[in-house]
Design a protein around this ligand. Structure first.
Ligand SMILES: NC(=O)C1=CN([C@@H]2O[C@H](COP(=O)(O)OP(=O)(O)OC[C@H]3O[C@@H](n4cnc5c(N)ncnc54)[C@H](O)[C@@H]3O)[C@@H](O)[C@H]2O)C=CC1
Ligand SMILES: O=C(O)CCC(=O)C(=O)O
Length: 399
């Protein structure tokens, strides 16, 4: 099998890929536009920030698995992959601590204006008078949007600063919130109104695009802080700029919209020049620890995929199966039995939605579970039962 690694990857984990017997093509400088040509004949594609477009998916006729060596999957055209039966996986939770640490760094930097202090010192300017004005974090309220892996890691760290925690999530998990000392908010606006600092930890999906705009910022307290280490598509840049100018909002960003694709580029962003801004270069996941944890997970996914034919952490499996009925066929483990059964299913015009075949110890018998969208007619099950010397038992159960 051939794997293309189209991003920078730790050297020792490249060796691990090779030790799996894979032919590894390492292309750390590959861009999204070059990828269709590079990934043309690989079975497995591993990317970190490089975008995997529809063109790449369609050009890679042997592709079976895309591993996103990170958390967010908005850089992959998942719909295009699903339409061609290609698995997409990510490495959930493996870079959460790194992002949480950076988030706390941005929150502290905003409160004490650490980068602005440093800039003045560099300019030969002593200004204790100005920089002595800071609030402090103890007793302030941190509003966490999203209580997944990163939101939880930020909560644990903010608790050590004795901050009060409120949270908003689409999938409320009251026990979890309680165990982290987070008071749930019923709406995003309630969170905006209660928080001194808002920190965003949700995916950059189409439905979350622009979630943080004029209406949200208008509800935040004057002089509060907004931190986004998730995705630039989540905030409206013009609305943020307005809130910074009119409501004295402080802003800490690791992510931008748009963001340069490569590691270096010129970058002219309206917010970066404003005094209440602190920013980093989408480096949330960029610690040795996180990169090694991500690489180890990518290797593990590959190893399991080679062994079982199915990857862990797949994000594009249909969860709500269209199947309504299970046709359970106990049969002798012989050549052609399944083909005969499926030929009968086909004759009756039923579509197989899902199917598994489990072999019993000794490999004499097996059970096939064939999931169908609608109930099979009696004539069909009778016809299967009548397959001489092939079938042990046929049952039908609702699914
Ligand atoms: N700056 C960086 O380098 C990094 C950024 N990220 C970003 O952080 C995001 C979050 O990562 P994880 O916490 O690991 O993901 P996660 O999947 O563990 O958690 C995301 C949570 O957000 C919730 N959610 C989704 N939409 C929501 C909405 N509209 N309102 C409230 N809750 C909502 C989900 O239910 C889920 O619980 C990633 O999707 C990625 O975009 C992740 C890693 C590195
Ligand atoms: O690997 C990176 O630098 C980006 C990480 C990221 O944004 C993610 O994991 O979603």
């Amino acid at each position: 099998m051939r794997v293309v690694i189209a991003d920078k990857f730790p050297e020792n984990y490249l060796l691990e890929f090779r030790s799996l017997g894979l032919e590894v093509e390492y292309r750390p400088e590959a861009s999204a536009t070059e990828l269709p040509a590079i990934a043309g004949d690989c079975e497995i594609l591993v990317v970190r920030s490089t975008k995997v477009t529809r063109e790449t998916i369609e050009a890679a006729s042997r592709l079976q698995l895309v591993i996103r060596a990170g958390a967010g999957i908005d850089t992959i055209d998942v719909d295009a992959a699903s339409a061609r039966g290609i698995y997409v996986t990510n490495c959930p939770g493996k870079n959460s601590v790194a992002v949480a640490e950076l988030t706390v760094g941005l929150i502290l930097a905003l409160d004490r204006r650490i980068p602005q202090n440093t800039a003045d010192l560099r300019e030969g300017q002593w200004n204790k008078k100005e920089y002595s004005k800071a609030d402090g974090l103890k007793g302030k309220t941190l509003g966490l949007v999203g209580l997944g892996s990163i939101g939880q890691a930020v909560a644990r760290r903010a608790a050590a600063f004795e901050m009060n925690l409120v949270g908003y999530t689409r999938s409320p998990h009251l026990e979890l919130a309680q165990s982290l000392g987070i008071v749930p908010c019923a709406t995003l606006f309630e969170l905006a109104e209660r928080s001194d600092v808002v920190s965003v930890h949700i995916p950059g999906t189409a439905e979350n695009r622009g979630l943080f705009g004029d209406a949200f910022f208008a509800r935040m307290k004057h002089g509060a802080s907004f931190v986004n280490t998730s995705r630039g598509s989540l905030h409206d840049t013009a609305a943020l700029e307005k809130a910074m100018r009119e409501r004295n909002l402080r802003v800490g960003l690791d992510v931008y919209n748009p963001e340069p694709e490569g590691g270096t580029a010129s970058f002219d962003h309206p917010l970066c020049k404003l005094p209440g801004f602190v920013g980093t270069h989408h480096i949330g996941a960029s610690t040795e620890q996180a990169q090694n944890a991500i690489a180890a997970e990518a290797v593990r996914i590959c190893r399991e995929f080679i062994k079982l034919g199915q990857p862990q952490n797949a994000v594009n499996i249909e969860r709500a199966s269209p199947a309504k009925v299970q046709l359970i066929v106990r049969h002798y483990d012989r050549v052609g039995v399944l083909a005969s059964v499926l030929a009968i299913v086909r004759k009756y015009g039923l579509n197989v939605e899902e199917m598994t075949n489990t072999i019993f110890a000794g490999a004499k018998a097996a059970v096939a579970t064939i999931r169908l969208a609608s109930a099979p007619p009696l004539a069909m099950t009778t016809e299967i039962e009548d397959l001489k010397d092939q079938i042990i038992q046929v049952t039908v159960k609702p699914f």
